[in-house]
Design a protein around this ligand. Sequence first.
Ligand SMILES: Cc1cc2nc3c(=O)[nH]c(=O)nc-3n(C[C@H](O)[C@H](O)[C@H](O)COP(=O)(O)O)c2cc1C
Length: 182
Amino acid sequence: MSESSFKEMKFDRLFEQISPEEISDNVFTLGFAVITAGKKDHYNSMIGSGGGFGLLFKKPTTWSLLKADRYTLEMIQEEQTYTLSYFPNECRGQALFLGNESGRDSEKMKEVELTSVQTPSGDMSFKKARLIIECELTEITTPNPSDFFSQEAKDYISEAYKEPSDFRKLVFGEITHVWVKK
Ligand SMILES: Cc1cc2nc3c(=O)[nH]c(=O)nc-3n(C[C@H](O)[C@H](O)[C@H](O)COP(=O)(O)O)c2cc1C
């Protein structure tokens, strides 16, 4: 298929839905996610490498660790939905572009080579993703330095918490839809 016809393909030709229980990836080898919040007219993405999946309040849930000043975090709070997108190896270089600078003061969403796609619920991802997890925001917490016990974790957080904009936020999102490449 030519690159131009791929760019024209609609979401339902590219992706099929699976349940959270059917995700077959190993969370430890998945690699980074592109985290995207916003709708078609205005959305923003960043790279997130910390996080995982599991059950929270009996619901399939993802968690991510975001620095307080991320523009994507601001948009997650506003929209209360977002996507985690995972890419095949050959597209990771293009995706990493979204981790270079903040969308608050750049045009990275216009400059990125990846073609965006809207899910049926109106959330945003990218056509080259191989796995898309749509989330509805459950909780954002700010871990308190006194909550850390291992020396390594204490050292990490005391180094990280120099300014309020450096605070780390744990973001939990209930998984609402999972899509894989057809
Ligand atoms: C490989 C990689 C992993 C990253 N992991 C995280 C992460 O887990 N949490 C985080 O807050 N930032 C992480 N970043 C940094 C953000 O993606 C980066 O600062 C981004 O430009 C923020 O964009 P925004 O301000 O438009 O949201 C990572 C960057 C790279 C390149």
